[in-house]
Design a protein around this ligand. Structure first.
Ligand SMILES: Nc1ncnc2c1ncn2[C@@H]1O[C@H](COP(=O)(O)OP(=O)(O)OP(=O)(O)O)[C@@H](O)[C@H]1O
Ligand SMILES: [Mg+2]
Length: 286
């Protein structure tokens, strides 16, 4: 007997190439995520499946179980996964307790360390980055970005070699991609394939989110203040050590990470945010 499938609600359109729905199959609630780009979808889900649970003290870091994957009639890649009831992103500011905040900071730190320990330093070809910057230039409507892309390109061309840790990473490690259930169990969602797999991205995404204030850019007044206080508290030690450990190569990758946001700029606040942070970050490469 085939089980009845119904859509309960749409979580978000994500960026226009992805959709997320809460569906019910039989009596079980599942999350259905579809990608127009089937390669990106399958790579993202592969990262999710390969992630091994981390347990340290009372902190547990897991991923929602993937129940099924398939190509639908329109050739979208579809993944059905466990629905996790909990809180993520800006909701965390409302429910946060000291215990949750402490554990979430440990969780961020553990994810970063785990991927970092599995990585190995290797020399990369500058073309890998230069090609990515060209793609950013093509895809973005934000004309002002050119100044910053030029600074980064000039900097790269002066380097004798680029030696960085290579290995898997989450790819979009922000608090909106972590679901907290209770105060010590955290689920990582929304893994992102990247043009260059390095644990640097996880460090830099956390920095972008918590230190630079990506996820709070639309907030104001006391809501912004509360969110800032929690974000400041959540910053794991690797963020503070990053620039001490990696110097200008760290600054370079910070700038590249910020440039990758340009094609997603859709409003004035985000535009100003990206340009401000890039002015700061690329200023160190001059
Ligand atoms: N397995 C899940 N269980 C419960 N909620 C989920 C699950 N997956 C996603 N969600 C909810 O849907 C939201 C959006 O999901 P997700 O982060 O995967 O995509 P997105 O952020 O919209 O996409 P993108 O970041 O690529 O634009 C999450 O913040 C979370 O609230
Ligand atoms: Mg997300």
């Amino acid at each position: 007997m085939s089980k009845k499938k119904s859509i309960i609600s749409k979580f978000s359109e994500g960026n226009s190439d992805e959709t997320i729905q809460l569906v019910e199959i039989g009596n079980v609630k599942l999350v259905k995520k579809s990608w127009k780009d089937k390669i990106r979808g399958s790579e993202a889900i592969k990262k999710q499946i390969l992630f091994e649970e981390i347990i340290s003290g009372q902190v547990r870091i897991k991923t929602p179980k993937v129940i099924d994957t398939y190509l639908d009639n329109e050739e979208n890649f579809v993944a059905l996964m466990e629905y996790i009831e909990g809180f993520s992103g800006s909701e965390l500011h409302k429910i946060s307790t000291t215990q949750l905040a402490n554990n979430l900071r440990s969780a961020l730190s553990l994810v970063i360390s785990n991927f970092y320990e599995e990585s190995a330093f290797k020399k990369i070809q500058p073309e890998i980055i230069l090609n990515k910057l060209d793609m950013v230039r093509e895809k973005t409507k934000l004309k002002d970005i050119s100044i910053y892309l030029n600074i980064i390109e000039r900097y790269i061309l002066k380097l004798k070699e680029i030696n960085i840790p290579l290995g898997s990473c989450h790819g979009d490690l922000t608090t909106s991609n972590i679901i907290a259930t209770g105060s010590s169990t955290f689920y990582l969602i929304d893994f992102l394939p990247t043009f260059l797999d390095t644990p640097f991205w996880d460090i830099l995404k956390v920095k972008q989110d918590l230190e630079y204030g990506w996820s709070t850019r639309h907030l104001s007044g006391h809501v912004l203040n509360n969110a800032r206080i929690l974000n400041e508290f959540l910053i794991p030690h690797q963020i503070k050590e990053f620039h001490e450990n990696f110097g200008e190569i760290g600054d370079l990758f910070d700038s590249i990470n910020l440039c990758r946001l340009a094609p997603y700029v859709k409003d004035e606040i985000t535009k100003q945010w990206v340009l401000d942070k890039l002015t700061y970050s690329t200023g160190k490469l001059l």
